[in-house]
Design a protein around this ligand. Structure first.
Ligand code: CP
Ligand code: NVA
Length: 309
């Protein structure tokens, strides 16, 4: 029996991503329709790192679909330490109907998916954060009628968020300009893959070291932390290297008049974003956080209605 996992946006066609957006919209406006979708089903939520949004939106989403979420904290299951990841995946597959995992190494998610017989969902790895990126695309769609002709400026660290946003933007036809300091560029394989997808969708992907160039005329201005989970030891160096990359009033003044400001959260006011911007009128950060719930319900329904399952 074939199953689908939700590990990388690279694995999904533009049409499938569009279907996820439509489903999330339906779920947001009519949540009762699917209240029994996961009745009798359990999901294991394996977390190697802290979480507010991902954990709570998955637990709530599974509950709203009639299912049972089982949260496994870093010390409960000790992924990769207490027993082989393959044994964890095979064991959990005998109990639960799906696995959500937040891991340090993307390889751990790939291993879970390889050995699990139930769908595995990436709740953040060092390479991708696909649930967040799709919730963000949904938020952009709520604010602008179409992705075509829009420009997203991503300012800061070329990290897991950047990689997932690059693929999502390229597949859905939105232009994206990424401004990072030298040495903090997005993963080269993701840039290559995004550019290949962009040829088909007509999107333009640009990389620069200039935040001003990236933000110029953009309708969407996005940033993320300069110090991702697991990089805490590099904090002092990173704060020095990212000086000049803060999204503040002056920088966002170069964007389109109707621009929105986005951040996956948690945010650090005074570092990657000024207080006036994140708490200002163009900020949609809490809409993004809410949309995690609707998008993840859409992802779970999508994986269970996949035609081969
Ligand atoms: N954006 C996001 O994934 O938040 P958490 O780390 O709180 O889950
Ligand atoms: N890039 C951040 C995203 C947090 C949601 C991290 O990996 O910590």
């Amino acid at each position: 029996m074939m199953k689908r996992d939700f590990i990388s946006l690279k694995d999904f066609s533009s049409q499938e991503l569009g279907n996820l957006l439509s489903l999330a919209k339906q779920l947001k406006h009519n949540p009762q329709q699917t209240a029994d979708f996961l009745r009798g089903k359990s999901f294991a939520l394996i977390f190697q790192k802290p979480s507010n949004r991902t954990r709570v939106s998955f637990e709530t989403g599974i509950f709203q679909l009639g299912g049972n979420p089982i949260y496994l904290a870093p010390d409960d299951i000790s992924l990769g330490k207490r027993e082989p990841t393959a044994d964890i995946a095979k064991t959990l597959s005998r109990y639960v109907n799906g696995i959500v995992a937040r891991v340090f190494s993307h390889q751990d998610i790939l291993d879970l998916a390889k050995f699990a017989t139930v769908p595995v969902i990436n709740g953040l790895s060092d390479l991708e954060h696909p649930c967040q990126a799709m919730a963000d695309m949904f938020t952009i769609q709520e604010n602008f009628s179409s992705f075509k002709g829009l420009k997203m400026a991503y300012i800061g660290d070329g990290n897991n968020m950047t990689n997932s946003l690059l693929i999502a933007a390229a597949k859905l036809g939105m232009n994206m300009s990424v401004a990072t300091p030298k040495g903090y560029e997005a993963n080269v394989d993701y840039v290559k893959s995004a550019r290949e997808c962009a040829v088909k969708s007509g999107a333009v992907i640009t990389l620069t070291n200039s935040p001003q160039e990236a933000v110029n005329g953009a309708q969407v201005v996005y940033t993320d932390t300069w110090v991702s989970m697991g990089q805490e030891g590099e904090t002092a160096k990173r704060l020095r290297d990212f000086a000049g990359y803060q999204v503040d009033e002056k920088l966002i003044g170069l964007a389109a008049k109707n621009c929105i400001f986005m951040h996956c959260l948690p945010a650090h006011r005074g570092q990657e974003v000024s207080e006036t911007v994140i708490d200002g009128p163009y900020s949609v950060v809490f809409d993004e956080a809410e949309n995690r719930l609707h998008m993840q319900k859409a992802v779970m329904i999508f994986l269970y209605t996949f035609k081969h399952l």
